[in-house]
Design a protein around this ligand. Sequence first.
Ligand SMILES: [Zn+2]
Length: 346
Amino acid sequence: MPEKAIYNCHNHIFTHENVPNGYFPFFLVQAARIAPFRWALKNTMKAIVPFSKNDKAHRYAAFINATYRKSQEENLQVLISYYPRGTKFIILPMDMSCMGAGKVKEDIDPQHAELARLSKSEIYRDILIPFAHIEPRRPNALGRLKKLVEDDGFKGVKIYPTLGYRPDHDVLMNDIYPYMVEKNIPLLAHCSPGSVNSKDLPIEEARSLADPFNYKRVLKKFPQLRICLGHFGGIGEWRRHLNEGRAIENPTWLTKIVEMMEGGEYENLYADISYTIFNFQENVPLLKILLENPVIQSKVLFGSDFYMVESEKYSEKRFSTDLRFALGEHLFWKIANENPINYLRL
Ligand SMILES: [Zn+2]
């Protein structure tokens, strides 16, 4: 009997053409499109990054490596190569056109179309689980989603509130979520205060858009909607959780998510461990302790955030192997197989 499949629930394969020119500081996106600049840039980053505590520098370095591969398919092939045959991957496209960072070279439609092509192809058909990136401020969001689900077989929706909208935005509440409930497809929401934020809003305001408590209203109105909070609150919040005393006035996003899960009121709330666990193994012990709680144990999804976690020192293969070893077989298969199947309702 073949071994059961691993589900990696959080991956990106988009390229620099999908990233707006203002995403990196100082014309870096445009400059890095020219190979010698990219080479110089990568080496500079390599020299700086090991000494930097700045998450942004780490992310930029990995980002430059991966986004400048030529195609989504090239990134996909690297991702697949790190996991056993038969592993399944949720792929999350990115629509950064409304974040106030300028124009993107390739818009979201061709990005979705290429992902649709790959997920219908014979080679990737059984392993790709494409999600649609829905930006509620774009015209005809529902029409776009319907086409992707009904014609192209997309299996879920990704939202990214820090780009400048709340998860209870009118278009989401009135059009998108009711349709998702009807089609029985899940939501994956970016949930970390640091990372890609709207350039049009003050940083604190952009961050607060993705606050886990903002989902209470959504979960109450759509109790059947399965929602996964990506990154489990984010690496910065996990660090704050471990390094500082309990902040009653300002609980960490990790505390907020755990509280919502334990309360029992939001049965369809999930969280994935992508990036947060992968980039720094310092968080694995806390994860293991959290997973001792049976309620939390059934709500956590395995994900890596490929290619955000790529680094010279640790391959994603090494990270996922280390994680599996640290958690043990029982917990690993729970978050990497059983819970994802429940979340996706495949
Ligand atoms: Zn991600």
